[in-house]
Design a protein around this ligand. Structure first.
Ligand SMILES: Cc1cc2nc3c(=O)[nH]c(=O)nc-3n(C[C@H](O)[C@H](O)[C@H](O)COP(=O)(O)OP(=O)(O)OC[C@H]3O[C@@H](n4cnc5c(N)ncnc54)[C@H](O)[C@@H]3O)c2cc1C
Length: 421
């Protein structure tokens, strides 16, 4: 007989692992992951202080997971730069995180709570019944659950489509690690995060460099029309010839670049009868900075809170009972922090011919305007994203607009439509 789990989670990224960790405290949980345990995503990523309320149980002083404190950001335009130092206002922006180490710690915590994890389990099919859900892997084996959580990132939209969830807006990016001595890396990069906008590299997002201990993580997002081959060759050209970044990578040994998908613009609904969707699979990534960890963690925490009383009361996990998860996600991050990022996307990425000018103007403004620096610092360190004041972003947008030449304002007026969210 096929055993019945309280909860099955598909996908062991940060969203699925965090959700399995939180729910295995009170439920029988099975996590199914297509990859091997030692093949899970490796990344060196920005992990702002505002993530903390959603993952309090992880030790923020653990240097294996968080090898660096995040204190300095450089907003680098083609001509101008703006540097933000957290010590101008107080505490650091947060940490830099080694994702593979965070994943390993979460796996151990899940197992310690008797949650089960099976690797090399690619799920190909989901069948919905009234009183349970069946999932079937690529060799035809079945599992049954009262509630299913899809945390499949941008890897497998077929699965979510097959059960009626929408698909977010998806881009292809290319990234890689580079390795060297810690001392050398500190000389090359006296900052933890470099956010560079140059429309010749991309009109969809930044060229980023994030500093770990003896490695850096760098890459960019392609435009929708670029082929994979074009992305590889552009990446090589940047690494070999692009003068602006040569000092940062000087003497470091590159790994092979990897193509990846990344999604944004959240889908409309995050729950259905007996099924919820978490993290990037639902497009829960901010649309200007491409911050996805916050929403992966928040969706894990908010859904785990919603599910606990339902499970205890023998709920049938109907869509109306799961709705609290959708409304909490909307209240806490989508109507606040995500709105800010949508406004930035609207301002910076929508008018290809103006991107460099606008970003250079912004970088210069940040350099001279302390209030703007303070607002950015506040957004990183707040533990209350539900109170995030979107009026501040409007004010910053107005300051930026005032600095732009008249012709650019006219062009922007032609290109820009008000954001929908
Ligand atoms: C280059 C890059 C840099 C980034 N930098 C940052 C950053 O600095 N800060 C930040 O906050 N965010 C950053 N992000 C975004 C963030 O890392 C992601 O949004 C987040 O990690 C997504 O987590 P997830 O758990 O939703 O999905 P994923 O991590 O993609 O996990 C999904 C998992 O599901 C598994 N899976 C998929 N389909 C199946 C199936 N059918 N059966 C079984 N398993 C399946 C996959 O193998 C995978 O392990 C970055 C993203 C990229 C690409």
């Amino acid at each position: 007989m096929i055993p019945m789990y309280d909860i099955i989670v598909i996908g062991a990224g940060v969203a699925g692992l965090t959700f399995a960790f939180k729910t295995s405290k009170y439920a029988e949980v099975l996590l199914l992951e297509a990859r091997n345990r030692n093949e899970l995503s490796k990344g060196t990523k920005v992990f702002p202080e505002h993530n903390r309320p959603f993952i309090k149980e992880v030790d923020w002083t653990n240097k294996e997971i968080f090898p660096r404190i995040h204190e300095i950001i450089r907003y680098l335009g083609t001509k101008e730069e703006g540097i933000l130092q957290s010590n101008e206002f107080g505490s650091p922006f947060g940490n830099i995180c080694y994702i593979e180490k965070l994943s390993e710690v979460l796996i151990k915590k899940i197992e310690a709570q008797s949650g089960q994890i099976k690797f090399n389990e690619k799920i190909n099919k989901i069948i919905k019944y009234n009183d349970y859900i069946e999932v079937i892997n690529n060799i035809g084996e079945s599992y049954k659950t009262k509630l299913l959580a899809l945390a499949t990132g941008s890897h497998n939209f077929e699965l979510q489509k097959s059960v009626g969830f929408d698909i977010p807006d998806t881009y292809t990016g290319i990234f890689s690690h580079m390795y060297g001595d810690e001392d050398k890396i500190n000389v090359n990069l006296p900052i933890e995060y470099n956010f560079h906008i140059n429309s010749k590299i991309s009109t969809s997002g930044p060229f980023f460099i994030c500093k770990g201990l003896s490695r850096i993580f760098l890459g960019f997002l392609g435009t929708k029309s670029e082929t994979e081959q074009e992305l590889y060759s552009k990446y090589e050209r940047i690494i070999q010839n692009y003068k602006k970044i040569q000092p940062y990578i000087d003497g470091l040994k590159p790994d092979k670049p990897i193509l990846t998908k990344i999604s944004k613009h959240p889908i409309k609904s995050f729950s259905q009868n007996r099924i919820i969707i978490l993290g990037e699979a639902a497009g829960l990534v901010t649309s200007f900075f491409y911050e996805g960890l916050i929403a992966g963690l928040a969706s894990a925490e908010l859904s785990a809170q919603t599910i606990r009383p339902l499970l205890e009361n023998g709920s049938s996990f109907g869509i109306s009972e799961l709705k609290n998860y959708d409304s909490e996600l909307n209240r806490i991050i989508l109507q606040t922090y995500f709105k800010n990022d949508n406004a930035s996307e609207y301002l910076f990425y929508n008018s290809p011919s103006q991107i460099n000018l606008i970003f250079n103007t912004y970088a210069k403004l940040m350099h001279t305007n302390k209030k703007i620096r303070k607002y950015i610092w506040d957004a990183h360190i707040t533990h209350h994203l539900e109170d995030y004041d979107t009026k501040r972003d409007r004010w910053v947008g107005e300051q930026l607009f005032k600095k732009l030449p008249t012709l650019s304002k006219l062009v922007l007026g032609i290109y820009l439509k008000p954001p929908t969210q």
